[in-house]
Every structure is written in C-alpha cells, then in structure tokens.
Design a protein around this ligand. Structure first.
Ligand code: BDR
Ligand code: CA
Length: 313
C-alpha cells in the first residue's frame, strides 16, 4: 500500500476525505496534520480528532497540529457557509480523547519524510502553509517525498472565493506559490475536476440511512449537498478533498496536463489565482494539473468506501 500523510483543515470534505482514506486498503495512512483554513487551528484539530475516532483509527495514529495562519499574511478565518457551524456541518460527534502530538507539524512532516526517503506521498487538503513552511525550513525533505497531491486552484474555470481564486490558494497564496514553484513532483487537483465530479443527493441519502459511522458520514455528505443546493440550485456537491485522496488510490480516475504553474500573490482582484502554463509541457520542473475525471467512478468509489463503515461498527 502507498504510505501517505494527510495535511488538512476539516472541513466537511476534509472529514469525508479522511474517512475515505482510512477505509482504503490502497493506502497506509501514517499520520494527519492540521492547518488553519476552514476554521481556526484548534477547531480543525479537534474536528480531525473526532473524525479519526469516527473512522475507528488506531489511538496512536499521529495527529499533529501545524500553522494557525498563512506564512506571510494575517490569519483570517473565513465566513464559509459550506462547512456550517464548527466546520463539520453542525454534526454532533462525541468529544475526542486524542491529544495532538507535541511536535509542530512542519517539523514532524520533515521527520516522517526523511525517515522513509522516496516513499511518502503528502496529500494537502487545506491552505498550503504547513507544506510551504516545511519545504523552506527543511530543504532536504521535499525532494525525499514520493510526491505531493494538492487540492487547490482553478486552472481553467472560475474560483469559489473570488472569480479568480479557489479557497485553499486564496487563503495562503504565498504558500501555494512556493509549493507550485518548488520543482517537486506536484499533482494539482483543483476545481476544474472537483466541479466535474459532483456527488449527488440520492447516494448521500442512502448512506445517511446506514448504521454507525457510515450513517454519520452520509449525514455529513447529505448536509453538504443540501447547502450546495441552497446556494447554487444543484442537488449535487463537489467533494473536493476526497477526490484528491482518490487521485492517490485510483490514479486512473484523473487525466492530467503538465506545465509550469504559479499563484498570483500581488493582484488586486486576482489574489490566489492559479496561473498554469500548460501550452508547452515537458520541462523538468513541470507540475501536473488535473483536467479530466471519471465522475461516476468517483461517486461509486466514495459511496462504497463510506458504506463499508456500516460493517465496522
Ligand atoms: C477547498 O476549500 C475548502 O473549503 C475545502 O475543504 C477544500 O479543501 C475547496 O476549494
Ligand atoms: Ca480542505
């Protein structure tokens, strides 16, 4: 199985991504790190702990908190109606006894990477603050990764925070730029594909009717669909972060273009915009930007993996 570390900011779709990852035999989840994003750092770390409990993850699975804000700006927690109260759509999960590790995620990540050179895939589901800080503070760590999968950006479509920018890149544009320009093996799973793989209401309702953790996951997903429907009139939702994890478990789900990519940091109205030059691929430092997705395949996969929690508890 593929060793991964998941950096996240739960967030409803982060929570679903964690549940998906922990139910996927293709992955060996070595730990979870948190970063401020959908909510403040303490809140997202508490949320992550509750989701790990829900998934029945081992008590000693590392959970490590990272940065409480962007690397070069003042933290600003968004008014993000998609994630609801507390970041988990108001879902009432039991408090967790999991205490986050004492180390800082930025250093812990580097240690894990260097302990298994060439093996680890880092899946980044929030603002890229931790990843960028790690790349800068531990320059030997980045090249020792097997790769980085980033959920973020909108290469050929409109953003979701502004017309130009997607949430994770908007939240910490300098960090996103540093990662995309790092020359590391980066795959970008952005709105171009997450919006092309909307998860419909009907399977979410079926999941919500299942017992145990599967039902809780379904309730989370159903609420996410309903809030998206209220805002955009479509009874289906992009489960951004889960698609980024599925890009690791099932590489055939996504098709990519290669090129150089950066993020606008100074623009007056384009802050956080992903600017990808996909016209002339083939350069050594190219990143891969997801362009096509097997939407039905993803819906089936996510449904099946979440449904499996009905059998575990
Ligand atoms: C991204 O922004 C967050 O709100 C989601 O969790 C996802 O990571 C989508 O733009
Ligand atoms: Ca996220």
């Amino acid at each position: 199985s593929i060793p991964v570390v998941i950096d996240c900011d739960p967030g409803v779709d982060d929570a679903l991504a964690l549940l998906y990852a922990l139910a996927s035999p293709e992955l060996d989840v070595r730990g979870v790190t948190t970063v401020a994003g959908n909510a403040g750092l303490d809140q997202v770390t508490r949320n992550a702990a509750q989701v790990l409990d829900l998934a029945g993850a081992p008590a000693d699975l590392p959970l490590v908190a990272g940065l409480a804000g962007p690397i070069a700006r003042t933290a600003r927690i968004p008014d993000e109606p998609m994630h609801g109260a507390g970041g988990l759509g108001g879902l009432d999960l039991p408090g967790s006894l999991r205490a986050p590790g004492r180390e800082h995620a930025v250093d812990w990540l580097a240690e894990q990477i260097l302990a298994a050179p060439g093996e680890l895939t880092l899946v980044a589901l929030g603002p890229l603050s931790n990843v960028a800080a790690m790349v800068a503070r531990h320059p030997e760590a980045g090249p020792a990764l097997r790769g980085i999968v980033v959920m973020g950006g909108a290469a050929r479509c409109q953003g979701n925070v502004t017309p130009a920018a997607e949430f994770n890149f908007f939240a910490d544009p300098e960090a996103a730029r540093r990662v995309l320009e790092s020359g590391l093996a980066v795959r970008v799973v952005g709105l171009d594909v997450t919006r092309a793989a909307l998860f419909p209401l009907e399977p979410a309702e079926r999941l919500a009717a299942l017992p145990g953790a599967a039902g809780a996951a379904g309730t989370l997903l159903r609420g996410f669909v309903q809030r998206y429907q209220d805002r955009f009139g479509v009874a289906a939702v992009p489960v951004h972060d889960a698609l980024a994890v599925a890009a690791v478990t099932h590489p055939g789900l996504l098709g990519y273009d290669s090129g150089t990519a950066t993020v606008e940091c100074a623009g007056e109205v384009t802050r956080g915009a992903l600017v990808a030059d996909l016209r002339t691929p083939g350069r050594a430092r190219d990143v891969r930007v997801a362009r096509t997705v097997d939407a039905d395949g993803f819906t089936r996969l996510l449904t099946e993996r979440l449904a499996a929690y009905a059998r575990t508890r």
